[in-house]
Design a binder for this molecule. Structure first.
Ligand code: ZN
Length: 358
């Protein structure tokens, strides 16, 4: 009897230890100090140099710059799939959102997990901001399938062959954060692409003018930021053309680049956009700056995913009362670090070799 309860207790403790999700992040930010080398950093952090090189796309590991950001990987916590587990059960148990768990493990089909499979446990995300997450509707086709179906219309990234990146900023203009983003871009001489909402452009025409005057490119981000997949064709066209017309009225430029709110597209939307002479541009690197309003987390979200031809997604304005201060704050460090890594910045049209305006 005694023995039985002992083992039951031990089992429960073991299970708890096993199931306890780690609150630690899978990586952390290191800012290179003067005199530091890859060797000294690896030694101080107690990690192999090759692990740091794996995580950071450095062109010359012997050349680090003071202030450069390195992403230092950490041991990731894993969970081994048990008999009877479903991804849903595991996600509920570990209190990790199903989508994040699936994404961290590159699982497309949530039914396809197997007993004994090690699952990487993603760090617990902070609470979502005011911008609602994308709706649960699944894509008719995957984004990469759509890129193959609409090679002239739909883009996620530029070429892998040039060390070039495009910074993009959605949801502006506003009177507060968009001007601050512009100040930083001006100081660092980085051209960027702004996907603007028509309704906000109407309220802040002077900011729209400033964006264009300072050498950036503007694109269409719809009038009122709906999920385009839920609109009729007529309403979709109205959202786009109304925005095109206000931006043309303010700047004299007729937009030819468009980014769907939440990146939500399908075959019908792309067909319609093509007929309106639009290129639809999503992204390859998501800063998740609207949710993770913290400099280090934005660096962790962006740097490891950045490679040649990358299109980086940021927001130059938030929801009502939402602070985008971290986005403004992270930009100098991010720009410097990416330049130290050998990247240069262009607007999206230049990255893709397509015209920015009609
Ligand atoms: Zn948006």
């Amino acid at each position: 009897m005694m023995k039985k309860s002992f083992w039951a207790g031990a089992l429960i403790i073991m299970l708890l230890l096993f199931l306890a999700p780690s609150l630690a992040q899978a990586a952390l930010v290191h800012r290179v100090a003067p005199g530091e080398s890859l060797y000294s950093i690896a030694k101080d952090r107690g990690i192999g140099m090759e692990k740091i090189l794996e995580k950071n796309d450095l062109i010359n590991p012997h050349q680090l710059y003071p202030g450069q950001v390195l992403i230092i990987p950490r041991e990731e916590k894993t969970y081994i799939v048990q008999p009877g587990d479903t991804l849903f059960k595991i996600s509920t148990h570990l209190q990790i959102p199903l989508r994040e768990l699936a994404r961290a493990n590159n699982i497309n089909n949530w039914n396809l997990i197997y007993v004994g499979q090690p699952l990487v446990l993603p760090p617990l995300g902070s609470t979502p901001g005011l911008q609602p997450p994308p709706p649960e509707t699944s894509y008719e086709y995957t984004l990469s399938q759509l890129v193959r179906m609409f090679p002239e219309t739909f883009f996620l990234r530029g070429s892998f062959h040039t060390r070039t990146l495009a910074l993009t900023f959605d949801d502006g203009p506003d009177g507060r954060y968009t001007p601050q983003v512009l100040d930083v871009l001006k100081e660092y001489q980085v051209p960027a692409t702004f996907y603007l909402m028509g309704s906000r452009a109407e309220r802040h025409p002077e900011v729209v003018k400033r964006i264009v005057e300072e050498g950036h490119v503007i694109g269409n981000h719809s009038w009122s930021h709906p999920d385009l997949r839920r609109l009729s064709k007529e309403r979709l066209i109205e959202e786009i053309l109304k925005t095109e017309s206000i931006l043309e009225k303010i700047t004299g430029l007729k937009t030819a680049l468009m980014r769907p709110p939440y990146g939500g597209v399908n075959k019908e939307i792309l067909k319609t956009m093509k007929s309106l002479e639009y290129r639809v541009i999503n992204w390859s690197v998501d800063s998740v700056d609207w949710r993770d309003r913290e400099v280090d987390q934005i660096l962790l979200n962006t740097l490891p995913d950045t490679n040649n031809g990358g299109i980086l997604l940021f927001h130059s304005a938030g929801g009502e009362g939402q602070s985008m201060a971290a986005t403004v704050e992270v930009l100098p460090e991010l720009i410097n670090t990416l330049r130290f890594m050998g990247y240069n910045f262009v607007t999206v049209d230049e990255l893709l070799g397509i015209p920015p305006y009609k």
